[in-house]
Design a protein around this ligand. Structure first.
Ligand code: DWN
Ligand code: ZN
Length: 398
């Protein structure tokens, strides 16, 4: 199911420091029916390479297990759609308006924006069969499989060099960065713009978003790490823009070295080993706090549920050791997660309507990145006396 990763994926350094150990964890998106075989548990440890400053996991879970049937769909939040609208607008300024290739194109939501903006070649690459089917329903065609040199060559054969390549929240899921960077080069003509969106690790650290650490996220991105990874390749980092999505993300624009434009200087806060040790200490305190808060409410006879069966929810539930004794259910608007069981804890996932049907006393908003949207939508819960617990940074009860 997994293999040990003990050499830095940028510099092959073997002297990596262990900075966070979450123990054995289930795969964050392994939602199963009761009778289905669960994928099981794998160690979840964060290592730090002092040479190139990349934080990375100590194991690599087989990507076929993680991604061939993937329950997360990008179209389930209004906030995300607004982000897509801003992002496509920003990228239109950077590139020509003919062809776009998206790596990890999910259900085709983002590519549909580009199709509507008048791009005439819109192509996805997506390993998950269920997601390619959803994309097809939107009129988006996607190549089957992971992003490799072979796929890049197929795409170039079909549409030539593309104006824009976009990869949202996939780069940190990739094990072999050097192969991926090489394959990106294959897609690129002189004027191609590559846009890579990733969670921004300095934000993850500063806001103690430890729940972003799970088996899918093999690496944790900083600008110096990306620059180190690109060294010696035909690409360079030309621009970085920060966006608030998913608790803080950056979009890095990459161009070919021979594009004729010199990159400007890129500012980047440094993450240090000391920051990571502090992060690990704060993580333990957050878990202790949520656990004791929930246990004391349950002891008083209050009903506690979860809202949003995000990957992050698996991390919280597992780290706090919650079972359905503490959390009755987690509701979610994603059909593929509903009426399944949460990975590890087997807490049931139900539809969103459960919140107003059952009016529990407390709902933990595990999709804290969409808390505003969710709280606005679920006004009745609050009006009837329900309280939100927001497990992000200093845990808040609203
Ligand atoms: O990298 C990744 C990031 C970008 O997305 C993936 N590995 C997996 C995924 O992480 P996540 O599952 O933590 O993502 P979200 O978008 O925070 O998940 C939110 C969950 O909440 C989804 O299952 C949808 C659900 N939801 C809901 O039920 N009602 C969301 C909203 C806004 C709602 O109103
Ligand atoms: Zn390294």
């Amino acid at each position: 199911m997994y293999r040990i990763h003990n050499k830095c994926r940028i510099c092959s350094g073997e002297e990596m420091d262990e900075v966070l150990d979450l123990g054995l964890m289930p795969l964050a998106n392994d939602f199963c029916d009761a009778h289905q075989e669960h994928s099981g548990y794998a160690p979840l440890k964060l290592l730090w390479c002092p040479r190139c400053t990349l934080a990375q996991l100590s194991v690599v879970v087989n990507p076929n297990i993680l991604y061939y049937n993937y329950p997360y769909v990008t179209s389930k939040s209004q906030t995300m759609l607004e982000h897509f609208s801003v992002l496509t607008g920003d990228l239109m300024v950077e590139c020509g308006k003919k062809s776009v290739v998206e790596i990890g194109s999910n259900d085709g939501t983002l590519l549909e924006y580009f199709a509507k903006l008048g791009f005439d070649k819109v192509v996805g690459i997506e390993p998950a069969d269920n997601l390619r089917t959803l994309a097809k329903k939107r009129g988006i065609e996607s190549y089957r499989g992971f992003f490799t040199e072979a796929t890049a060559l197929d795409v170039v054969d079909e549409i030539g060099f593309t104006d824009l390549v976009i990869a949202r929240h996939v780069f940190c899921h990739i094990d072999n960065w050097h192969a991926a960077i090489h394959a990106l080069g294959v897609l690129c003509g002189k004027d191609t713009v590559i846009a890579i969106e990733v969670p921004y690790f300095p934000d993850t650290i500063a806001k103690v978003e430890w729940d972003q650490v799970y088996h899918e996220h093999l690496s944790y991105m900083t600008i110096p790490a990306m620059q180190a990874a690109l060294e010696g390749s035909m690409l360079h980092l030309s621009k970085v823009t920060h966006y608030p999505i998913h608790g803080g993300a950056i979009v890095m624009l990459l161009k070919r070295n021979d594009c004729g434009i010199q990159p400007g200087s890129l500012e980047s806060p440094k993450v240090t080993l000391a920051d990571l040790h502090k992060f690990a200490e704060s993580q333990a305190l957050q878990v202790k706090y949520l656990r004791s808060t929930v246990l004391s409410h349950v002891a008083e006879g209050k009903r506690v549920v979860g809202y949003g069966a995000s990957a992050k929810s698996t991390q919280w539930i597992q780290a706090c050791g919650f079972t359905r004794k503490q959390i009755k259910w987690v509701c979610d608007n994603t059909q593929q997660k509903q009426y399944k069981l949460m990975p590890g804890s087997d807490i049931p996932v139900v539809d969103e309507g459960a919140l107003t049907r059952e009016l529990p006393d407390y709902a933990i908003c595990f999709a804290w990145n969409f808390a505003e949207e969710i709280m606005t939508k679920e006004k009745i819960f609050k009006a009837k006396g329900g309280k939100w617990i927001i497990p992000h940074g200093e845990i808040k009860i609203v």
